[in-house]
Design a protein around this ligand. Sequence first.
Ligand code: ADP
Ligand code: MG
Length: 691
Amino acid sequence: MATTLQSAISVLKGAGPKFAEKFASLDIHTVSDLLFHLPYKYQDRTRIAAIGSLRMGMAVVIEGQVRACQVLFGRRRSLVCRIQDDSGVISIRLFHFTKAQQNQLKAGTLVRCYGEVRMGPTGLEMIHPEYSIAHSGELAPLEQSLTPLYPTTEGINQTRMRSLIEQALTLLRQQQGLPEWLPAAWLNELNLPSLTEAILTLHQPNRDSDIMALLEGSHPAQQRLAIEELLAHHLSMLAYRQQQQSCGAQPTVKSTRLAPALLANLPFQLTQAQHRVFEEISQDLQRPIPMLRLVQGDVGSGKTLVAMLAALQAIESGLQVALMAPTELLAQQHFTNVSTWAEPLGVKCAALLGKTSKKERDVILPQLQNGQIEFLIGTHALFQDGVNYHNLGLVIIDEQHRFGVQQRLALKEKAANGAAHQLAMTATPIPRTLAMTAFADLDVSIIDELPPGRTPVTTTVLSQSRKDAVIRRVDAACQDGRQIYWVCTLIEESDELQLAAAQSSANELAEALPHRRIGLLHGKLKAAEKNQLMEAFKRHELDILVATTVIEVGVDVPNASVMIIENPERLGLAQLHQLRGRVGRGTVESFCLLMFGDELSEQGKQRLEVMRSTNDGFVIAEEDLKLRGPGEVLGTRQTGAIAFRVANLERDEALIPYVGQLAQRLMQEYPQHVQPIINRWLIHADKYSQV
Ligand code: ADP
Ligand code: MG
């Protein structure tokens, strides 16, 4: 069979079967994959820099004669050569050298060096440059193009990688390039090269290329790839949305009975923002195509109530509603809230949790199937086999960033014809650009207002060495009738280690404060035990709740107004913000103490400073994005959709609104190009296109 770009890389010279696995670890399987394996850096070895023109930090080739070469005995022994050309002198310094090298670099020898210029004790120098010596007065010819440096892996070095990529490029030229899916007119408009040109340029940029742009990622060839990659992601999500909406959904009518009755019973008014967002949802629910909406709102902004109103609209129109939460604790709490609101209205609710006994299930499941139960609340138990609905019309997902697409879909599949309205909620504020990319398949509503009467949390950052003082402060707060969360964090996901850390903190507190009632909440407890603990804490039968990060989402105890977080530097800012949202729920002033460990990095300090200086979840999310990148900010959300190969959401932010427009145009004018673009960039594209 003739070799093509789609052939396995084993057809290339130097890529035998034993390398396949190594390349596979770099996600390289075919010749074409090699073309998309781009350099992470470039070096300019195409020209010789005048020694007199050098400045610190430059990485350059120089050529000159050795004037002097001697071994210096400073703090460390080193071989130092003075090298001169017409314009100046520089030192090269070797800490590790052989007698042979010392002899080779004797005065009068012509050498060429490549290295980074830095400031040494006696002026500019290069430490351990790569160098070559002239043989019979001649040095090898200079490189013709900039030198690419590729990401590699154990067992595959730069040389092998370069050689394989060169073969792939030769094949690319022979086969007249890759198929181009962006219309030439658009590329002209944008001043961007074709895909094939871009790839050739990035692997072998000619010596006049703008190396600074290449290093930054702003070169037109890189932007050309970035735009297509962003487009591919965007298109795949729009395709997913289209496919979802093609099955239709049952329209509802505006609630005239249940929702108004709930609002009349509440001891407070909806905020403007809650009102607006519910209107948006209500409109969606009146249409015969599925709603696909994400509600974003900071912790405590009152998302549950908005979801409740949506549920009532659906129930009044004869549909069943399922609400899925990421943890048992949260599901239980939702069930408690929801039934308090719903039962007086005569709406039948039930909870389906991991802990729900077989006996209870045997009652719930038939009532669900015959439609008696109108509102079911639970964890992912909601979409297990054997759970059948009479007429599921609305699926609500709380803290949706905790769920993968699969789970979201599985629940929706329980609806008749797989067509249900979907409402997702998240307290993780997602920066605008990121939202446009990661949630292109969802409409987004934002609750940008907290209910009145909340006092902002005062945050203090201090060192673990002040723990004694902190414990005294905790004691004083308990004396004032307040309750305290004491949160222990660990990097490891291991429940055992988390538990050990929390256990030792709890012991320490118990010893220091024997007169206080202390509880310990951790992931190893059974759901029922967790609930009991939380209920006891709510009833103020405990003063201090020591906990691992299991209390993160949704827990609501208004009298708990102080939170201590041990080793906050181990968590993402968004997660810290969520944790901190557990306090500041009542009307008394609330405090959060971030007690950092011994080795706090400069970046770690900056991050905690962000937490101290603002309570605004969106500001925090923006900072998190800058400091940690989109993968971390979005958590488990469709990680495949944000692991970009070329694009970088921060650097390419300006492209993003543009990508949205291009996606629309492409779908209208070149629908046959949509799938090929998705396939080229999304290895896991099937996640969207085949669901
Ligand atoms: P979150 O958005 O974090 O999920 P919740 O829905 O849990 O927030 O609401 C937090 C608390 O605020 C709950 O006790 C809820 O009853 C209360 N709440 C919701 N809306 C309002 C409002 N408009 N005015 C006063 N309190 C409200
Ligand atoms: Mg909530």
